[in-house]
Ligand binder design. Structure first.
Ligand code: SF4
Length: 291
């Protein structure tokens, strides 16, 4: 009896999630990774932020992200005693260690279950691994982004909602100059040899659409900071990236409306949190439709 009630409640929960909600820019990037990730998260199944056994990589991701948000401290200004390029290695290391030092206060929720000693050890390893002479000399290099941030600053995690597009998103950095509004992404993964990854181009284009709606402007360019490799790449936002973002938005809407998508050939199933659910769903569909 209890099982029947529980199943009914689960069905109700699933139905609630079948109501198409506002899509997020992150849904579009998840779609590019695997459309089924969108399906499961639309039904309320969230991947845990503190993935078991992956604490070290989660902490490293947080540390890199926070470094990205504090690059203005690394790049410095004349008022603060010189720009990044003129800074000595020791001075730079001190700035980076200061940034790393305070992460547990900013990421309280994500790090609340991590043991203090473990966090300290990961932080120490992280600082040692990243502060190589090569990384330090690359990170302090003057770039168009460093110049823009020095003069205009940026807004962190600016949230945008568009009912016209039926989409929302929170862009890592938003720079506003007299002439333009520029979105920037901080990426903690590896950097491509040239340009930026296709999904990063699409993500910038999706933010451009939201910015254009909110600020009644046209977005021409954006930046991607591949912080692990100390690389900053400028991106001209092309029509084809805008078209791709709009196309993905339609696919995501259909999935949120209840369509169970096909599995991508290169879906990252190894270690995927939804692997079991995905298999169960596939077996169920095979039984129903003989697929
Ligand atoms: S198990 Fe594979 S197909 Fe299923 S959601 Fe995860 S990545 Fe996608």
């Amino acid at each position: 009896m209890g099982d029947v009630k529980q199943r009914k409640e689960e069905k109700m929960k699933e139905k609630e999630h079948f109501i198409p909600a506002l899509s997020k820019v992150s849904d579009l990037t998840h779609y590019m990774l695997c459309p089924r990730l969108v399906y499961f998260s639309a039904r309320g199944y969230e991947q845990p932020k503190r993935a078991k056994g992956k604490e070290r990589s989660v902490i490293e991701h947080i540390l890199l992200k926070e470094l990205g948000f504090n690059m203005h401290k690394v790049w410095g200004s004349e008022d603060e005693g010189g720009t990044g390029e003129n800074r000595g290695e020791e001075d730079l290391k001190r700035v980076i260690e200061d940034i790393v030092d305070g992460v547990e206060w900013i990421y309280k929720e994500e790090l609340k279950d991590v043991e203090k000693d473990f966090l300290k050890a990961v932080k120490t390893d992280f600082v040692c691994s990243i502060e190589t002479p090569e990384w330090l000399s690359k990170i302090k290099k003057e770039t168009p982004l460093a110049e823009l941030e020095r003069y205009y600053g940026y807004e962190r995690e600016h949230i945008m909602v568009s009912e016209t597009l039926n989409m929302s998103g929170s862009v890592d950095k938003l720079i506003r100059t007299e002439e333009e509004i520029i979105p920037c992404l901080i990426k903690t993964g590896r950097c491509p040899e040239y340009g930026v990854w296709k999904s990063d181009r699409m993500q910038l284009a999706a933010y451009a659409l939201l910015i254009e709606e909110e600020f009644e402007t046209t977005v021409q360019r954006g930046f991607v900071e591949y912080i692990r490799n100390a690389e900053v790449r400028e991106v001209h936002i092309k029509k084809r990236d805008r078209a791709l973002a709009l196309q993905l938005l339609k696919h995501v809407k259909r999935i949120k409306g209840g369509v169970f998508p096909e599995k991508e050939e290169n879906a990252p199933c190894d270690g995927c949190f939804f692997l079991e659910l995905c298999e169960t769903k596939k077996t169920l569909l095979s039984k129903l439709f003989g697929k």
